[in-house]
Design a protein around this ligand. Structure first.
Ligand SMILES: Cc1cc2nc3c(=O)[nH]c(=O)nc-3n(C[C@H](O)[C@H](O)[C@H](O)COP(=O)(O)OP(=O)(O)OC[C@H]3O[C@@H](n4cnc5c(N)ncnc54)[C@H](O)[C@@H]3O)c2cc1C
Length: 136
């Protein structure tokens, strides 16, 4: 890292990787959606999916409740387990971007060498662990 910085490149991006974990996603008449409430970090590749699912569920719950506080509570109840599962993906240590163990690195490299088409393997079950309500 210091070696890279010693080049003094002005176009070198350098930042921390963060997750957001809030005790609640709403207060009063304000509710948070997406990264502001539950950014999973780009290690999971799931931030956009969580944000879209969250926006859909929040809109659906607001449309089907007259009391916004009940809608906010239902939004958390439906989405919270899915968000938690997906945030945990960053702890697995075998992300393709930054494998954290020798085993993960070997697995990632083997998968890349064997790659002939996308997707290379079945998607992680966590990605589809939520069945979205219909809100008819
Ligand atoms: C390097 C990187 C790689 C990623 N790769 C993936 C990936 O492969 N797959 C995936 O699903 N996700 C990925 N993500 C995560 C994904 O980008 C985010 O989870 C997603 O964009 C969150 O959407 P959002 O609408 O909650 O927030 P954002 O997309 O951040 O949108 C928030 C918007 O609010 C605006 N804003 C901020 N403050 C104010 C203000 N005061 N007034 C008005 N507007 C304001 C911002 O300009 C921005 O346009 C990646 C993220 C990064 C950083």
């Amino acid at each position: 890292m210091f070696g890279l910085l010693s080049f003094r490149r002005p176009d070198l991006p350098f930042d921390a990787i963060s997750r957001i974990r809030m005790p609640n996603w709403s207060r009063g008449r304000v509710a948070l959606v997406g990264d502001a409430a539950y950014a999973p970090s780009f290690l999971t590749g799931q931030g956009t999916s969580l944000a879209l699912a969250g926006a859909y569920v929040l809109a659906g719950e607001l449309a089907t409740h007259t009391d916004h506080t009940e809608a906010f509570g239902a939004y958390e109840k439906v989405l919270w387990p899915f968000v938690t599962l997906n945030q945990e993906l960053a702890n697995e240590g075998d992300t393709a971007l930054f494998p954290a163990t020798e085993e993960s690195l070997q697995k990632r490299n083997a998968a890349l060498r064997a790659l002939s088409a996308l997707p290379s393997e079945p998607p992680h079950a966590t990605y589809s662990a939520l069945t979205l309500p219909g809100y008819e």
